[in-house]
Write a protein that binds this ligand. Sequence first.
Ligand SMILES: *Cc1c(COP(=O)(O)O)cnc(C)c1O
Length: 374
Amino acid sequence: MNAQQKHIQVEISRSAFADNIHFLRQSLAPAKICVVMKANAYGHGLEHLLDSAIGAGADYLGICTNDEAATIRRRHPSHPILRLRTALPDELEESVTQLHVEEMVGSVAVAEFLAGHGRRRSSPVPVHIKIDTGMGRTGFLADDQAGMTAVCGMDGLRVRGVMTHLPSADGTDLGSTRDQLEQFRETMSSLESVLPKDVLVHSHNSAASMRLPELRGGMVRVGAACYGVRTSSHFSNPPELRPVMSIKTRIMEIRDVPEGRTIGYGSLYKTTRPSRIATVPVGFGEGYPRGLFNKGIVLINGQRCPVVGRVSLNVTTIDITDLSGDVRWGDEVVLVGRQESGEMTFEELADLFGGVHTEINLMAGFYNKPRYID
Ligand SMILES: *Cc1c(COP(=O)(O)O)cnc(C)c1O
């Protein structure tokens, strides 16, 4: 039996996802667009969103694991796939022989491994050279001319792209990001004589694409923006980008509680007045972050109501003393999304406990059965 969940609705709008991609593609043209679908499409369900991404014009799909690539390959045998991290040796083996993922190359060792495969099958393996301009996790250091030149000259490889990744494009100050992009450009001009003319140059994640579109290069790699979330409070997304996921539940009990009573595990909240407490059948077992104790906010009747006390495994308590209008057992509670004129976004909820929107998307998708509403 695969019944729909009654106690929580994680709803995903494929049309919002497709519209977001359309919008990004139009506003960032002529750049190609790599729709980032790693981590099970940021928790939204790779398999369910895959065709919408391609239908909406994704030139590339960005993934991390072979499993994700295999999911794509089952339906799209030749659509370009880019791995957004360095592969492990056994991942590469499978990738070049079966999955045909374009790999990120940040060292001569990985390049040689792939070049060997390319020579054996007499067809060059497409790769993207990764340059570290400040993210500091992977890639050639920008001054490693020798390494990158060696990769460009390897028989058995085809350098399809040159890429970098920006660590602070969502920060207050874009100064360091501009410096990195400058360094990226300089590195590429020093490699100009060895790079193919049609090489794809890509550096921009969602935040950079929104904030520095003029420097976007030949392709952007956008995740957050496609799912309608923004990566920090230092900028707003254009209104055309709509959230793809929403999370709702319903009131399971309403109680009138006197002043001075404690609520929930650890007795972390004590009523300071006679209070009305609504309880919902959702907790961190449904992916509602435990860190939201005494901090979360939900929408009931379109109004904001605070989470009081601990978030339990499957139960959360909400103070509705100040709520106006009628509320009843079974009424809708919006955890993330819109209700009447109220809205709670993934970004705002994440900020309340020092998390990031993607964690909430991921957990909601992982712990529940999303419904694909259109
Ligand atoms: C995840 C990832 C992106 C997408 O980042 P968003 O901020 O979600 O747009 C882009 N590039 C690389 C290398 C990534 O790993």
